[in-house]
Design a protein around this ligand. Sequence first.
Ligand code: BV8
Ligand code: ZN
Length: 247
Amino acid sequence: MEISKETIDRISTAKTIVFFTEAGISAESGIPVFRGKDGIWNKLKPEELANFNAFLKNPEMVWEWYNHRKKIIHDSKPNSAHLTIAKLQNFFQNVIVITQNIDNLHRRAGSKIIYELHGNIERNYCVKCHTFYNQEIDLSHGVPKCECGGLIRPDVVWFGEYLPEDQLNAAERAAENCDVFFIIGTSGVVYPAASLIYTAKENKAYLIEINIESTEISYLADESLIGKAGEILPEMLEKIKSKIGST
Ligand code: BV8
Ligand code: ZN
C-alpha cells in the first residue's frame, strides 16, 4: 500500500491523533455493515428497526434484531485495525477514538479514550424510569420489562434521537484540537456524527480516509487510502515505527 511521505511525516510529528470510526472498521471482525451488497439494511429499512416508534410498535421484532446482532458481536473479536489503534497509544501523547459503532470492540482492543456517539449494545435501560439493565437480555418470556413495568430497550441512539451530549461535546473538542483525524470505514452520511469531519477540516487537521471504496467525504481527505482497515493500519504502524525510530 502506497502511503505518502507527507502522511507518514504528519502522523509521526502529531501530538493528538483522532480515529473517527464506523461500521467498516468492524467488518473484518465479521460484523455486517449497514449498506452495500450484504448490508443489514438490505433486508429491513433502518426506519423499521433503529427508531423508537418502530420499537413501541413492535418491540419483539426490534429486540430480535438486537439480540441477533449481540450474538454476532459476542462471538466476534477486535481485528488488527482496532488492535493497531490501541497500540498507537504507546507512541503518541493523545490517541482518541470517536466511534459510531455500538459493538464495544475498541474497548476490548485496549483503547482508553473512546467517545461512543451512538451508544453501546451491551447496555440497556428502562424507557420509563431509566434504570440500567446490563446483564444478558432473555427474550424467552417475551419483551424484557423493568420492575416498574416499563419496557427495557438497548442503550443505542436511534434515528430521530439526540446523541449523548457529553460524548458529542467531547468528540467536538477532540475534532477541534487534533493534528491528524482518521476517517475509517464510514460512508459519512449519518449526521450529526459526520459533521465532525468538517470540524476537523476547519481546525486544519490532516485528514486521512481509510475505506475499501471512495465515499461522499473522500474529497475532504488529504489522503484517501483505498483498502481494508485491518491491512492498512498495521502496515502504517510499521512505517511510523521506523520513522520515529522506536524498536
Ligand atoms: C439526530 C445506532 C437530532 C443504532 C445509528 C442532519 C443533521 C442532524 C440529523 C440529520 C441530518 N440529516 C439527517 C438526519 C437524521 C439522521 C440521519 O443522519 N439520517 C441519515 C440516514 C441521512 N440522523 C439522526 O437521526 C441522528 N439523530 O439527528 O438527532 C434530532 C433529533 C430529533 C429530531 C431531529 C433531529 C441519530 C443517528 C444515529 C442512528 N443510529 N446506529 C444501531 O446501530 O442499531 S446509525 C448507524 O448507521 C451507524 O451507527 C452509522 O452511523 C450508520 C451507518 O453508517 P456506516 O457505518 O457508514 O455504515 P455503512 O454500511 O453505510 O458504511 C460502512 C463503510 O465501511 C462503507 O463506506 C464501506 O465501504 C466501508 N468498509 C466496509 N468494509 C471495510 C470498510 N472500510 C474499511 N475497511 C473495511 N474492511
Ligand atoms: Zn423502570
